[in-house]
Design a protein around this ligand. Sequence first.
Ligand SMILES: [Fe+2]
Ligand SMILES: [Fe+2]
Length: 168
Amino acid sequence: MLVEIIHKQHLDLREVFAQHQEALLQGHFKEAITLLNNFNLCHESHAKLEERYIFPLFEKIDRHSKWDVSLYIKEHEKIERLFENISKDVDWLSEQRISKSQFRRNIIALLDKEKTFKGLTEHHEEREEEAMLKELEEQLEPLLIRELVSDLKFTWIEIIASVKEPNY
Ligand SMILES: [Fe+2]
Ligand SMILES: [Fe+2]
């Protein structure tokens, strides 16, 4: 249950990022930037939800996997730094007065950087789902899990709804 609810958030985040990449690929910078900002808002909220609701519980249980909470926190920071870097690059490129060919080459370079970002987040998300959340699910009281799942579910619905636009 807990794994499913966080997995759903991970999938929703991937979808917003894919929409941003589609716009970027077509050179639609205004849309690409809006979608990247939407992604950032959802991604930050997701990380905060984990840090507020899940990490403190994970710190308390009798952990069997080798990764403790500090690793997940460090990964959040690393992901955030790389995201800021990408965001700056997209803003910078949108303001350039260069040829179409130069635009295309810069977009390719950006997509490469975004591939690194996607690799980093996917790896982090897999670890969360396969280690941290699985262990929590095994050890926490079912009632506590049910409450947690319900809180996470409704908060996430509000977050996603806040970035939805009519043209989605
Ligand atoms: Fe995370
Ligand atoms: Fe996550």
